[in-house]
Write a protein that binds this ligand. Structure first.
Ligand SMILES: *Cc1c(COP(=O)(O)O)cnc(C)c1O
Length: 352
């Protein structure tokens, strides 16, 4: 029973079937395939953005790095949260591809508008000697399982626009956020001032495809050149397209995220009834952060649960509080959730 990350999950049958079907016959290479034309059209329809430029890459790191490098110059700085994936988990790929530096805003997963304004204002005080202001990047849902509301996104993009800075959204878990907010894809992005989105697919069921969407196609050609130069233009591109097409068709992406969020909400409700479990932050989608005593983790692991903990659980006293993360992916059945909760309820009883 692994609840470590949503990329531990399998691929839904619809996507495997689409890959098998795409394997028939011949298709032009390098993104000229017929499936990609459909993907582009579907994305434009879903986002109510007929002019949007739509691309596919294989990893979220590529999506973020190539999107951000297209939005900035090497002498600029990218404003982001200190726990953002682009800062903590991409081995400096955004800096490598953009040549820019990252400026960390505040100390939270969600960027606070006041702190953002302060951070932006503090740059460009040293003329030619210092970094110039560049794009703002936010993560939806955040790395701590929070969701920016539409008004929070609007507030951030309004500040960025005051300084004429573009805003990027790392939507590795875009679908989970959309389901949580119950709004449209357009509302969560360009209608709230977002310029470019990394549209996640892998964490929500795909084998390995992420979209990059530019609502203003002005930089589309530059992105294409950067993608090729970064070795991320796939020659047998149809196999990327086929996955994304199956994901978008019949709203499979929404169905998968709804399933994940629903199962997560049952897990959250169950955990609330276990006295020794404290939520680090109130979960809003399918990422759950809790603090529990070390002995509970030890017992849960003994019974076969797997998940990440943020500090050692061995060699510490039983009651040492240890933070952990549970991720509920699209493939979780309700009986998996029941089993997880039963193990946790038993783990909470110290004497057993
Ligand atoms: C998983 C994830 C990504 C993408 O990571 P890759 O391993 O490069 O696919 C990007 N942003 C966030 C917030 C993520 O959780």
């Amino acid at each position: 029973m692994i609840f470590s990350s949503d990329n531990y999950s399998p691929v839904p049958q619809q996507v495997m079937d689409a890959l098998a079907e795409a394997n028939n016959g011949y298709q032009p290479s390098y993104g000229e395939d017929s499936q990609m034309k459909k993907v582009r059209h579907l994305m434009q329809t879903i986002f109510e953005a007929p002019d949007a430029a739509v691309y596919l890459v294989a990893t979220g790191t590529a999506a973020n790095s190539l999107a951000l490098s297209t939005l900035c110059e090497p002498w600029q700085t990218i404003f982001c949260s200190p726990v953002s994936h682009i800062h903590e988990d991409e081995c400096n790929a955004p800096e490598f591809f953009s040549g820019a530096k990252l400026t960390l805003v505040g100390d939270s997963d969600k960027i606070n508008p006041t702190e953002l304004r302060k951070s932006i204002q503090a740059e460009e005080s040293r003329g030619v000697h210092g970094p110039q202001r560049g794009p703002v990047s936010i993560t939806q849902i955040t790395e701590k399982g929070q969701v920016y509301t539409l008004s929070e996104i609007n507030e951030i993009t309004r500040i960025a626009r005051e300084f004429k800075l573009p805003v990027h959204m790392d939507g590795a878990r875009f679908a989970n956020a959309l389901v949580s907010l119950d709004c449209t894809a357009a509302e969560m992005t360009w209608k709230s001032g977002i310029d470019v989105v990394s549209f996640g697919g892998t964490k929500n069921g795909l084998m390995g495809v992420e979209g990059v969407i530019f609502f203003d196609p002005e930089k589309a050609w530059e992105f294409e050149l950067r993608r090729k130069r970064a070795a991320h233009l796939f020659s047998k591109h149809r196999y990327l397209s086929a996955q994304m097409l199956a994901y978008l068709e019949n709203d499979l992406w929404i169905e998968l995220a709804s399933k994940a969020n629903k199962a997560a909400s049952l897990l959250i409700e169950g955990l609330r009834n276990i006295e020794k479990v404290d939520f680090l932050v109130e979960p809003k989608a399918n990422l759950i952060f809790v603090t529990m005593p070390a002995y509970m983790h030890r017992k849960a692991f003994e019974k076969g649960l797997e998940y990440y903990t943020w500090s050692e659980i061995e060699g510490v006293s039983d009651d040492t509080p240890v933070v952990s993360r549970f991720v509920v992916d699209w493939s979780r059945s309700l009986s998996d959730i029941d089993k997880f909760l039963e193990i946790m309820r038993n783990a909470a009883k110290k004497e057993i």
